[in-house]
Design a binder for this molecule. Structure first.
Ligand code: ATR
Length: 280
């Protein structure tokens, strides 16, 4: 049996074991997938131990994504752009780091919501790890414009300057991105407004001009939970007709990790449907 796990602190809430078990069953893969919760100062040792015991790969969640990136022997461009890894793959005696969060988001928007991003105007709210992980994959969809807006404007500017410095993006795509504070967001309707802030955790919403939601806007919250998130409620109140939470992104990022490890891309619709039903 090939062995995989998700590492985080805490990790008990993680749905990854369930998702990967469903993928393994559907694709006939013989593998186990467990949760590991290392003490924060023991993360690197825990990874080394898992490898030495024959582990094949890991998903990484908070607060270890940057350290997972740093310990790898090689990193994909999308992990370099994020400066963080949510997936480690152990092969040929080496550790490879990838970040599948962005492609998970893009696939959920483009394939599941059937919303093309090419030539669209995208507003990305937030400039923490969640936002950082998705900027390159969003730009790779060739939007007309990507505005990264954050309560602390300097962090939004930092994301873009670090992305540029990472050498993973063309000048053409970089030129489509801009940064600002929440109060400087252009008050015009965006095609897609993505909430990558952690504001929902406290029941708050980022203070954005209500004009960003138009009659054709997709409002996307990277958070999810039982019932509608505060951000999606706000978007709906301001007239956004299309609403999506982050459950689809969760399943799609997992599928991409599974693909990296097993070279098979599992179907996601039934898994998403099951998680949605369980969420109630
Ligand atoms: P994560 O890794 O989940 O993105 P983080 O690095 O702590 O977590 O970042 C949290 C993000 O949510 C930040 O962009 C934060 O804004 P600041 O950089 O100004 O702190 C944003 N955020 C959290 N609560 C918010 C709120 N009530 N309104 C607006 N933005 C908020």
């Amino acid at each position: 049996m090939d062995r995989y796990a998700v590492m985080g602190h805490p990790v008990s809430h993680s749905r990854s074991p369930q998702i990967h078990a469903l993928f393994a069953k559907a694709t006939g893969q013989l593998m186990t997938y467990e949760r590991i919760d290392p003490e924060p100062d023991r993360f690197e040792a825990a990874v080394a131990r898992f490898r030495s015991e024959g582990g094949k790969g890991l998903n990484i969640t908070l607060p270890f994504k940057e350290r997972a990136f740093a310990l790898a022997d090689g990193q994909t461009a999308r992990a370099r752009a994020a400066g963080a890894a949510n997936t480690l793959d152990f092969r040929e005696g080496q550790v490879f780091a990838d970040n599948t969060d962005g492609v998970g988001l893009v696939r959920d928007i483009v394939q599941n919501q059937r919303f093309m991003l090419q030539q669209k105007h995208i507003l990305l709210l937030g400039a923490g790890g969640a936002a950082r992980g998705v900027v390159l994959p969003l730009l790779a969809e060739q939007p007309a414009r990507l505005v990264v807006a954050n309560r602390t404007a300097a962090r939004a500017f930092a994301i873009l300057s670090e992305l540029k410095a990472s050498g993973t993006i063309t000048d053409d795509l970089m030129g489509r991105a801009e940064a600002c504070g929440l109060e400087d967001i252009p008050a015009e309707p965006f095609d897609v407004v993505i909430n990558a802030t952690s504001s929902s955790l406290t029941g708050a919403v980022p203070e954005v001009p209500q004009g960003v939601f138009g009659p054709r806007t997709l409002a996307y919250d990277m958070m999810y939970g039982r019932g509608q998130t505060p951000f999606l409620k706000l978007a709906q109140t301001h007239g956004a007709p299309y609403l999506a939470d982050g459950l689809g992104m969760l399943v799609e990022q997992a599928a991409e990790s599974f693909y990296l490890w097993r070279h098979l891309l599992p179907a996601t619709a039934a898994v998403l449907q099951q998680l949605r039903a369980e969420l109630g």
